[in-house]
Ligand binder design. Structure first.
Ligand SMILES: [Zn+2]
Length: 230
């Protein structure tokens, strides 16, 4: 966003620390604040039968948590859980509504991100239906890697099972398969990516499809043209 537009938003933005596992919204709960991650990332989980959940989206510094507010809806359809701790800028929904109605630059960014989030959610639905756990885990590790910007991050097998919507034994088998191929190491709740290229080859095409959509959008923005799809 252009600096002069960002400066106008600054008084309404409050820096906050978000902790691993913190729930920002429950599913079907009122959205009171929206968040712009600086270096943290947040999982959007959809719940089934009130006791099962699966991740449908992962949002980091490229986006915003609380997109329904931009579409005039104050209820979150998803549970939003902090996956990678760090800092974010928080804005009350009242301030967001005001800024959104007066800032063309903010509106443009939020609409573009909404479009990209829809691509990610749609791709995740197809991914969950058509791709095996090892491919999906490799995709998830790459998506996380992009957001933490590091080869090493904390994750438990229980949490990974929740993210992928599979049983823990399925996570264990997939993790061993990736470890045996020397693509990752896993020790005491920390995953290390040893071979990013190999992990890319092990992941399903969904990772690249979504990443390419983001890259195209960034390139289009740089050329000051409206976002388009190939
Ligand atoms: Zn996939």
């Amino acid at each position: 966003m252009p600096r002069k537009d960002y400066r106008k938003l600054l008084p309404a933005l409050e820096p906050v620390k978000l902790a691993f596992g913190q729930t920002l919204y429950e599913s079907q709960s009122q959205i009171c604040e929206v968040y712009f991650p600086n270096d943290c990332f947040v999982s959007m989980l959809t719940t089934v039968n009130s006791d099962r959940a699966a991740e449908v989206g992962l949002i980091g510094p490229e986006g915003m948590i609380g997109i329904p507010m931009a579409l005039g809806v104050a209820l979150s359809p998803f549970r939003a859980v902090v996956q990678g701790e760090g800092t974010a800028m928080r804005m009350t929904t009242a301030a967001f509504r005001r800024s959104f109605s007066t800032s063309a630059a903010l509106k443009k960014e939020v609409f573009l991100f909404t479009h990209l989030l829809m691509i990610q959610i749609a791709q995740t639905a197809a991914c969950n239906r058509f791709h095996v756990v090892t491919q999906r885990m490799a995709r998830w590790l790459l998506m996380t890697h992009d957001r933490v910007n590091s080869n090493e991050f904390r994750i438990t097998q229980e949490f990974l099972a929740l993210m992928l919507g599979v049983r823990r034994v399925g996570v264990s088998v997939a993790m061993c398969a990736l470890r045996d191929r020397k693509l990752i190491a896993y020790r005491r709740g920390t995953i290390t990516i040893l071979d990013q290229g190999g992990l890319l080859a092990a992941a399903c095409e969904c990772y690249k499809t979504v990443k390419d959509a983001y890259s195209r959008a960034q390139a289009d923005k740089g050329n000051s043209r409206p976002a388009r799809q190939k």
